[in-house]
Write a protein that binds this ligand. Sequence first.
Ligand SMILES: Nc1ncnc2c1ncn2[C@@H]1O[C@H](COP(=O)(O)OP(=O)(O)OP(=O)(O)O)[C@@H](O)[C@H]1O
Ligand SMILES: Nc1nc2c(ncn2[C@@H]2O[C@H](COP(=O)(O)O)[C@@H](O)[C@H]2O)c(=O)[nH]1
Length: 403
Amino acid sequence: MGEAPAFIVDDLQNQIGFENGFGSKFKGCKTTTTIGDKTYVIGGNDESTLPVEVRIFDKATGNWVTPIVLGSKPNSCKGLSAISLNDDRILIVNKGSAPDDCILFLEVDTWFVREQKKIRGTEVVAWSKGVWGDAEKPVVISGPSGVGKGTLISMLMKEFPSMFGFSVSHTTRAPRGMEKDGVHYHFTEQSIMEKEIKDGKFVEYASVHGNLYGTSIEAVEVVTDAGKRCILDIDVQGARSVRASSLEAILIFICPPSMEELETRLRSRRTETEEQILKRLQNAEVEMEQGKSSGIFDHILYNDNLDDCYESLKKLLGIDGAAAATQISAPQGIDLPADRSVSKMDNKIIINYGTPELEKASKSLIVLDVSSLKGGAPGRTRGLDVYATDSFSDDLNGINQPS
Ligand SMILES: Nc1ncnc2c1ncn2[C@@H]1O[C@H](COP(=O)(O)OP(=O)(O)OP(=O)(O)O)[C@@H](O)[C@H]1O
Ligand SMILES: Nc1nc2c(ncn2[C@@H]2O[C@H](COP(=O)(O)O)[C@@H](O)[C@H]2O)c(=O)[nH]1
């Protein structure tokens, strides 16, 4: 037996006088959703490239709040529908977007958002794009300096340029000869990075070999928004933070065949001073211990022969052989109706046509199955399934048809 369908939210705006929240800024689409004491008004302008904005009306205080909005905001807005899921995120259907981009989540009380609220001391919401299927877990590659992490990642990016994107870290260390700002790292000042860490702009950060390194929320979002699987090259401390975060990554630790070989590789790279090499080798001992025994990592790979290790890595990531070409995109033939309403039953979101006439003409409803959602801000929300069904099928018994 399913729960009663949720009410259709798009008309709520009239009940709370939301112009107080937006003024006359947006003449385009707006939608509202109430969770507890808070009503989230989400609005955009259909004729411009201004991003969709969010205001919160707090019934407890009677005040409007403009939250900090993290993540990539949708731009075009030709029609928004919204519905609350588990009181921690709002599912948004944005008619103005391409099929691959039309399902979004506005997170209002997820783990990531709660952490950000604590850090920033103010109201925070975060956008996360919904993706079909479950193929996009970020990948963390960790291991001691010189083991070959960068080499393996370069091979992966070269063979699968449209599948993987590198999360460009921030660091306070100086660039090496061939390194480019914004490509290999975002090279930055200690004081600037410390301020940005304080402002909650980083998924993780750590002091590594005497310098500060960190993965910004934006670095992950740039990759995921391009529809690619995010690869992070980070140290063991960073891997521990990612493990504790909402990123739901696959964590892989790369081991050298021996400490002697690690030293040989580090020296033959000729990028560090003697003092730095010794520091990195000293730190490697601790990292090896933690990497192998801490329970942080899902997999351990030995990088003895490079080609063998690369093949093992691809196997782990499920991209050996024919599977490499598989990328999940929006199912074909799902065309969201222009006039529509959104309702919810159990873990199914039903997008139905705005009028019975239109619905009869189309003879089908669109159903989003959100029972297997995973991930979320600061990455994508995976696990969406969508299908069209006959509006009167058994599958949807109990759903209110539009009247
Ligand atoms: N299997 C291997 N056999 C021999 N040499 C290797 C192997 N893998 C990588 N190397 C070499 O070892 C050196 C260090 O590799 P790489 O720079 O990829 O290490 P890293 O783990 O990314 O280091 P860091 O953490 O300092 O960035 C490079 O010169 C690389 O060409
Ligand atoms: N915790 C993090 N560690 C990072 C990040 N980016 C790189 N690293 C690690 O630092 C060392 C040294 O790198 P190098 O480029 O100076 O040789 C290496 O182990 C990297 O994995 C980060 O964003 N966070």
